[in-house]
Design a protein around this ligand. Structure first.
Ligand code: CA
Length: 263
């Protein structure tokens, strides 16, 4: 097992983080995904509607995908992909997929709400990416107890996956992570594939550790009621994946990441 504590460009990160700001105790820089049929929605780490067309394409490419086409977005919509946020898709078009009509989103219509091909590619929107190899994974979790696992588990995970799990429990609760299975491509500093634990509601601040290899990590306890897990695999060499359980812990109990002091 390798654990990497990252302190790269910390000054820059802190400066950016302040700019995003907190609301209800949650840092609003979220780039978490809704995903269907290989299509997923991303927003900038700076918040909603911050990506130019060029930046939008770069976001998709970074994760091994491409910017989605209209047809890919529509195919995802037809199996339930519903996102109330306008994003770039292929050829500089902007829109969003609506499954259920609503007064507050989509003007009461169903289908791809299409803003058309934008003449000004410097306009700022979110983005819809497409990666046919990416499995359903991640999401927002509020249940007090849940098992989370790598995409496709117990099968080996595929290449070029990226997943964000955001755990948010009731105020006054903390989160205990308990690993059940762990096998991620092993390399120095976990630069290929990894699972990262963030003691925060995003993957910008609060990095607590990066894990790979086959040694079961010890239990981890959050300091607050939120936590983020990020899994990423690169373009070659897979492994068995991981399975873990998170459990809500009453804040009045005394515990820490030093397992000897947990009662
Ligand atoms: Ca790999």
């Amino acid at each position: 097992m390798h654990i990497l504590f990252v302190a790269v460009a910390l000054g820059f990160v802190l400066k950016e983080a302040r700019a995003w700001g907190y609301k209800n105790g949650i840092l609003h820089n979220s780039i978490w995904l809704e995903q269907a049929a290989g299509v997923y929605h991303r927003e900038s780490r700076k918040g909603r509607y911050q990506l130019t067309y060029k930046e939008a394409k770069a976001v998709c490419k970074f994760e091994g995908g491409t910017i989605a086409t209209y047809d890919q977005l529509e195919a995802a919509r037809q199996i339930g992909f519903h996102v109330c946020a306008a994003g770039w898709f292929d050829r500089g078009r902007v829109g969003y997929p609506i499954v259920k009509p609503g007064a507050n989103c989509g003007f009461g219509k169903v289908g791809i709400i299409d803003y058309g091909y934008r003449l000004n590619k410097s306009e700022r929107w979110d983005v819809y990416c497409y990666n046919p190899n990416s499995k359903e994974c991640g999401g927002v979790h509020t249940d007090p107890v849940k098992v989370l696992q790598s995409p496709g588990f117990p099968e080996e995970y595929l290449d070029e996956q990226i997943c964000y799990w955001h755990i948010r429990l009731r105020y006054g609760q903390r989160i205990r992570l308990h690993f059940l299975e762990f096998d991620i491509e092993d390399d120095t500093d976990c630069l290929s594939d990894y699972l990262e634990i963030y003691d925060s509601y995003d993957d910008i601040t609060g990095l607590a550790g990066r894990y790979c290899g086959y040694e079961l990590p010890e239990d981890f306890f959050s300091t607050g009621n939120v936590m983020t897990l990020k899994f990423r695999s690169d373009s070659s060499v897979s492994a068995g994946g991981f399975q873990l359980q998170y459990i809500a812990v009453d804040d009045s109990l005394h515990f820490s990441n030093d397992k000897d002091t947990f009662v």
